[in-house]
Design a protein around this ligand. Structure first.
Ligand SMILES: C[S@@+](CC[C@H](N)C(=O)[O-])C[C@H]1O[C@@H](n2cnc3c(N)ncnc32)[C@H](O)[C@@H]1O
Length: 317
């Protein structure tokens, strides 16, 4: 059984409130050499709302706008994109300005993140930004994305691999699995950073060497260079573009059971997998699609059968 702060996330709230770095604190007391997904979830969930609050400041809004413009230019240069997955979407403070800059941009957009609280903030931010109709949000870890292989024309991360140093290969492989044409990483430029910026990145457990990891996996790395213009000196961004298949995806992406990989059916308050018999709750409008969110609910198969019979003109429900 797991012990310590990772199984009692509320104990990290004090650390956050006194202004200490939650990830560093968890690594130290758990004796970890890297940030686990549980630790990342705790750290980011406690920060929920801070990105949107910052985005309301004029200087931050300008920086986000410049970043979004640079990201839009890179993505636009790859040709038409029908579907996009933004992994580690956070509060959507990069996604919303990106969709403003990238026209026409993709019609179908999914965003997922480890933290429910940040997704809940993202939901409102997408509504205020007028893009909620195009964006579907889900809670899921990057290590087990709830989508079939080749689901999205383009999969993108924007400083989301960032805290996952030490797990780069595993995560790049999973991102690549669900991409159909392109995997584009906008992540910390460790290699191009100053020595003091590198020291900070090491201290925080940031990812490094993404292009080398992707090549070691046998992937087709087309671009690996600093993003221009640079937005931050302490946390500069590099763009890594990995090509996959030549063909665009035609079908709309659907959620699959993170345990079994079979398609999920939307019911009133959950996504249900008739094959695994697991129901994944929809909390505050956000589907919770981590493997550990599944609830055994075999009775829902009966509900589905009854609905099918009713729509075929059989027995009334
Ligand atoms: C630095 S924030 C960036 C958020 C957003 N992409 C943006 O540009 O504003 C990193 C985000 O990635 C998410 N994240 C980090 N590691 C993750 C993982 N392994 N699986 C899913 N989400 C992850 C965090 O929860 C957080 O919301």
């Amino acid at each position: 059984m797991r012990r310590g702060i990772l199984s009692a996330p509320w104990r990290a709230a004090d650390v956050w409130e006194r202004g200490d770095n939650v990830l560093q604190h968890i690594r130290a007391i758990e004796g970890l050499g890297h940030n686990t997904e549980d630790a990342v979830r705790i750290s980011y969930d406690l920060q929920a709302g801070t990105y949107v609050a910052n985005a309301a400041r004029a200087d931050c809004a300008r920086a986000l706008d410049t970043f979004a413009g640079a990201v839009a230019r890179e993505l636009d240069a790859l040709g038409p994109c029908g579907s996009l997955l933004d992994v580690g979407v956070g509060e959507a403070t990069s996604l919303v300005p990106l969709l403003r800059k990238w026209t026409p941009g993709p019609a179908l957009i999914h965003g997922c993140d480890l933290s429910w609280s940040r997704l809940s903030v993202a939901r409102s931010y997408c509504e205020e930004g007028g893009v909620a109709e195009r964006v579907t949000l889900a809670m899921a870890p990057m290590s087990a994305l709830p989508y079939a292989d080749d689901s999205f024309d383009t999969v993108v991360t924007m400083h989301a691999l960032e805290p996952n140093g030490g797990r780069e290969r595993e995560l790049i492989a999973e991102l690549h699995r669900v991409a159909s044409r392109w995997l584009v990483l906008f992540e910390p430029d460790y290699e191009g950073a100053t020595e003091s910026a590198r020291a900070r990145m090491r201290e925080h457990g940031y990812c490094r060497g993404l292009a080398d990891h992707a090549r070691a996996l046998g992937f087709d790395v087309r671009v690996s260079r600093p993003l221009v213009p640079a937005i931050s000196e302490t946390n500069p961004t590099a763009v890594t573009i990995i090509a996959k298949n030549a063909l665009a995806r035609s079908a709309a992406p659907v959620f699959v059971c993170p345990r079994l990989g079979a398609p999920l059916v939307r019911l009133q308050d959950c996504y249900y997998c008739p094959e695994s018999l697991l129901a994944y709750p929809v909390l505050g409008g956000i589907a919770c699609l981590g493997a550990d969110h599944g609830i055994l609910a075999s009775r829902l198969s009966r509900t589905l059968e009854e609905a099918a019979m009713a729509s075929a003109g059989g027995r009334r429900l």
